[in-house]
Design a protein around this ligand. Sequence first.
Ligand SMILES: Cc1ncc(C[n+]2csc(CCOP(=O)(O)OP(=O)(O)O)c2C)c(N)n1
Length: 638
Amino acid sequence: MLESLKGPEDLKALNAAQLAELSSEIRAFLVEKVSRTGGHLGPNLGVVELTLSIHRIFDSPKDIVLFDTGHQSYVHKIVTGRADKFDGLRQRGGIAGYPNRRESEHDVIENSHASTALSWGDGISRGFSITGQNDRHVVVVVGDGALTGGMSWEALNNIATAGTRNLVIVVNDNERSYSPTIGGLATHLSTLRMTQGYERFLDWGKDVLQKTPVVGAPIFETLHGMKKGIKDIVAPQGMFEDLGLKYIGPIDGHDIAAMDRALEQAKEFGEPVLVHVITEKGRGYSPAIADEAEKFHAVGIVDPETGLPVSSSKTSWTDVFAGELVEIGKKREDIVAITAAMLGPTGLDKFQKVFPDRTIDVGIAEQHAVTSAAGLAYTGLHPVVAVYSTFLNRAFDQVLLDVALHGAGVTFVLDRAGVTGDDGPSHHGIWDMALTGIIPTMAVAAPRDGARLRLALSEAVDINDRPTMIRFPKGAVHNDIPAFESRDGIDVLYRGESADVLLVSIGAMAPIAVEAASQAYREGVGVTVIDPRWVKPLPQSLVTMARRYKSVVVLEDGIRHGGIASSLSELFRDARLEVPIHSIGVPLEFIEHSKRAEILEDLGITAQQIAREVVEWSSTSEPMQFQEHENADRTQLR
Ligand SMILES: Cc1ncc(C[n+]2csc(CCOP(=O)(O)OP(=O)(O)O)c2C)c(N)n1
């Protein structure tokens, strides 16, 4: 069936048995493909019927289908003609793990950051009203996890009174974010789930009323009919209704007939309607169902039979942080850990096991996490906020004003900093150093290895009158790189024979920097590699040190614009030091998904390429401020 499926319109002619067959084929397909590439397996296994039903009742791309976060859009991709591209899922040049406008006219937004789709839906449906495109519907699929994000509620608040007609919100309630969804909303949804549902009422209505001669059928039709049938009669008064939204549910999201009925009603209703759908994350795949922690939310390459990882797991940066925080927590009762729906991925699950009362999961609510941390700090506690680098972007204002302005001693730990790889443009953690670079008082550390990560963490939690941040990349941590000399907070990692080039290596770039220096040495160029460890503020002694060199190179795993090379150039400018600075880092561009190593290679961030350039630069006699790195964009550091 899957092979003959060419587009969403083909779904409309299928009968119940064919749809059931197609659903199981799609599940087998997902397990086979995603186990080979890695990806969001559990969420997609849960939305098979839901997605089929949406594409049966609505007409994409005339109608717009939006998936919040977008990690659960694989079935949508299969249905919209991309099944044959799944071998390349999240691979270089292949299809993305999230909706992507370049792939299909059926993808309208490119996301990956949660809780934005309702705002998109609000905007698009308002736009359709204003421009008279009244025959076009907008369907927003939003998970119970994504509903914990504040933006979702800002959107619902607007949608309820916007007066737009054709907006259908499908709440995909699987009781889980990564782990079980937390908070008052989760409690409310579970109340709705346990209450006699609309669908069950309809089934009862069909059985009882339709058997009643003469009046039965009309009464059923009335109840089933548009405005009355929609939940005003039976379903519980939920907060959605209190907000002014029509509510249908709860509906069994694996029952296509029930989904079709609910969506058909919602479509015809003529006002925004929220359809509450219950699904099972990981549906149909026993290793996912058995995974109590995360239901295979996101997997690497796994054995499809057992679901076990194919490669042996090495110690990750996350493991080092998680272990050290537990040790610090044993000595310091004032340490509290905060995460935004990422207990497992940030390693805070380990802290939670030992200190459950000192661990807070706020849901997908980074902004709230940051300001709440400021509040905790006010009471004398020292919060450690652990999030992915990319997700701190949305809490910039809270870090700036609620934490830094208030002199709150909060430690931010940013995992997945730098180029991350397979998750695409919105997941690279390349903005954090530029963003925090402009926050007064904030201190930022970029540890080069596990030992320096532990050290930075212990230093950071001792600072109680201003924010600190520690950033490290995704993946396995490399061996420690000892300093053979340390002065004024600067570690010397490699000493060049001559004072040609001072290579300032930032964080996890250290192995590349050291290797580049030793390759340059073989070409007769003396490169000294240093690691300032704390990159904000940069130590003043860098000025004295740099005076002795012909040129300075900064190597960083973040955007060059406003990054560490930029701060260093300011430091030099203030000190009237005229030494050329070469900046190697990420250009100011959105970077497509690919393996981290492939992207670094594209950007010329390899030991070989850097060595080649350093040799070239050192042979250029004319000193020039802010030289360009040849592979980077040309607009930087002018
Ligand atoms: C702003 C932001 N913070 C964190 C994440 C990481 N994240 C990705 S999916 C997810 C859980 C989403 O749960 P839900 O919306 O219920 O979807 P499900 O996977 O359960 O279908 C989280 C926390 C994110 N994508 N965006």
